[in-house]
Write a protein that binds this ligand. Sequence first.
Ligand SMILES: C[S@@+](CC[C@H](N)C(=O)[O-])C[C@H]1O[C@@H](n2cnc3c(N)ncnc32)[C@H](O)[C@@H]1O
Length: 348
Amino acid sequence: MFPLDFPLRILEKKANPGERVLDPFCGRGTTNFAARLLGLFSLGVDSNPVAVAITEAKLVNAKVENIVKEAETILHEVKVDALPEGEFWQWAYHPSVLTALCKWRKALLEDCRSAERKALRGIILGALHGPQPKYSASYFSNQCPRTYAPKPRYALNFWKKHKLHPKPVDVIEVVRKRAERFYAYQHESIGEVKLGDSRQIGTLRPQNSKIKFHWVITSPPYYGMHTYLADQWLRLWFLGGPPTVEYRAVNQLSHKSPSDFVKDLATVWNNVAALCESKAWMVIRFGSIPQRKIDGLQLIRDSLKDTPWQITGIHDAGSASNGLRQANSFLRQKSQAKMEHDIWARLE
Ligand SMILES: C[S@@+](CC[C@H](N)C(=O)[O-])C[C@H]1O[C@@H](n2cnc3c(N)ncnc32)[C@H](O)[C@@H]1O
């Protein structure tokens, strides 16, 4: 996930009122949220249902009080017959928290059409697992890394070794705090998000198929990082998936070889070009995983070669080490910081 500041500063400085923004790998909708803050229309596309649900939550118009009321009403009205079974679930959440999660899950799977419910779903996905608080809770789970869903066997060993039992959490307070953070200041939303594969041009078309985009600000997956679904298995469970880790990858760019990856990326850049105004700008934040010994920057250069996009500048974006230390305390295979670059290209 790139920081909000990245797309926000670009659009704030350079985009004109009324211009439109596209992110073909929108992840958690950072670009879309930045566009919303500036009153610009945006479309986000991602093949991961978790990413789409989180982006959707960032694009709805909902009031804090209504979101909290919806959360409370569901807890009062919905009954659940059974909780997910097994040691992992007993250690991951306090029984009262797991019951609340199961009630919300059931209700939101039955109906998630209103803005309040979409907002609530996004808030719960964001709070599902994370670090234990020093003062008041902002996550529902026992101690977890911030971004990756814990793998059951490893998590259990960790919790048992450190005698970390799940604590009761004021779940409504967590929802309220997060709702206040994201929805207290309303900017009218004019964005869209779609679940799909950006290699298919149809996926990238907005509802009004006549409009074209002036900005593309995006961050494709790094070469070799294709385990998104397993890393998000708990969030996928909340969206209706099974209560166990899934090692599936759906509609992700090919990571079979650097040339397959470059070919897939080129397809996306060509698709995007077909939907942009001439002289549109594209800014790609990209890095590489040190272990893969592949030059990420060269992959991006190669992927743009046979497309109408001309590279105009490459800037060092520093290293993406934030949050790694905390995640590393939990992981067997430690991650290293990644060097990142911003590639600017113009549609010729
Ligand atoms: C590095 S993340 C984007 C992060 C995003 N900039 C943010 O701030 O959250 C890359 C995203 O590309 C998505 N993705 C990978 N292959 C895709 C494809 N073929 N079509 C659409 N999305 C894809 C992944 O699911 C992932 O969410």
